[in-house]
Design a binder for this molecule. Structure first.
Ligand code: TYM
Length: 354
């Protein structure tokens, strides 16, 4: 029998354009995992409406995000690529998990607090519930590992706590040996050190983010070369000479040197020694060139993929079917453990037959 590979699940929201943080912190790491893991990657469109959104753009942004996954090297022959809202088990498991998740676990989520401040009085219940939906995404696939950037660590801990303390500990039936059998697999975060926290170009102490109103703070994966060069030229610097890592008074130097290492394919040591005596005036064009060159193949591939709409739709349809088959089995397991009547047609038939 073929050995079962550990399972991976991750996702990105289709809000605005994906940026270097999404790529270096998450998607880039997904690519290598395809060789050793059973990989599921979804476009989390239900998460995208937890803040006000434009309905006219949602479906196009969803397709673009899926195309970017492929352009970054996700191979639909080896990975299941799908759209979250097309697998209804995500919403349904989210409801079941909502009913066992304490409100105060959600109220202490850092991202909720930060985003809620920005939304003011208009903050939705969905924004508070965001991490429970994320837990449902992960738990439905019995994921062993979840590759994400540093900012998602707290959400992953929440998913673990919900699975372990609120579902398995409370509802797991005892096995033949008298020990509880797990209903949900408890996932591990997979956060690679390098790229886990890409910072803003305009403030080295805050994260590069899609929601920053200043476009100059981030480099989108689809930014044309001139725009990339302009943004890097305007990026915040400091009065010191020479680039270095780890100086707490020089967060911009640390961030931009880290980006250079990742984008130019250098080790951190190589990048640090190459740029140790360089002034900002020489370093910035070097970083701009490395960024443009790193993104060029991705942008070319993206353009081809977007030109073939029906090809993308086929990938997502096949992905949905594969995802749905796994997710609906897990959902049924949870429903049954919580005491619901069976929902699937087969089970329904069995019920009628009783
Ligand atoms: P999103 O769309 O905000 O971010 C997608 C991924 O990009 C990473 N990321 C970063 N990494 C490094 N530096 C940055 N500046 C940076 N900004 C973003 C995020 O850590 C994330 O890995 N809640 C998730 C989406 C989600 C999800 C899931 C992820 C929904 N369900 C299930 C994994 C598993 C999020 O942050 O999306």
């Amino acid at each position: 029998m073929p050995e079962q590979r550990p399972r991976v699940l991750s996702g990105v929201q289709p809000t605005g354009s994906l940026h270097l943080g999404n790529w270096l912190g998450a998607i880039r790491n997904w690519v290598d995992l395809q060789d050793s893991h059973d990989t599921f990657f979804c476009v989390v469109d239900l998460h995208a409406i937890t803040v006000p959104h434009d309905p006219a753009r949602l479906s196009e942004d969803t397709l673009s995000t899926a195309a970017l996954y492929l352009a970054c090297g996700i191979d639909p022959q080896r990975s299941t690529v799908f759209v979250q809202s097309q697998v209804s088990a995500h919403s349904e498991l989210c409801w079941l998990l909502n009913c066992v998740t304490p409100l105060n676990w959600l109220e202490r989520m850092i991202q909720f607090k930060e985003k809620a401040v920005k939304q003011g009085a208009d903050v939705s219940a969905g924004l508070l519930d965001y991490p429970v939906l994320m837990a449902a995404d992960i738990l439905l696939y019995d994921a062993d590992r979840v590759p994400v950037g540093e900012d998602q660590k707290q959400h992953l801990e929440l998913a673990r706590d919900i699975a372990q303390q609120r579902i398995n500990a409370r509802y797991a039936p005892k096995g033949p040996d008298g020990e509880p059998t797990a209903i949900l697999k408890v996932p591990e975060p997979l956060i690679l050190k390098e790229g886990a926290r890409v910072m803003s170009l305009t403030d080295g102490r805050s994260k590069m983010s899609k929601s920053d109103p200043n476009e100059g703070s981030r480099i989108a994966l689809l930014d044309p070369p001139e725009l990339i060069t302009k943004k890097i030229k305007r990026a915040k610097t400091d009065p010191e000479m020479g680039l270095e890592f780890g100086n707490p008074d020089r967060p911009e130097a640390d961030n931009l040197l880290g980006l250079y290492a990742l984008l130019a394919g250098r080790s951190r040591e190589q990048a640090a020694s190459e740029c140790a005596a360089m002034g900002w005036g020489s370093f910035k064009p070097l970083l701009a060139e490395a960024t443009v060159e790193a993104l060029r193949p991705l942008q070319q591939r993206y353009a081809e993929l977007r030109a073939d709409r029906s090809g993308m739709e086929t990938v997502l349809r096949e992905g949905r079917d594969r995802a749905d088959a796994v997710a609906s089995r897990t959902l049924e397991r949870v429903r049954s453990a919580l005491g619901f009547l069976p929902a699937t047609r087969d089970h329904g038939q069995q019920l009628l037959d009783l």
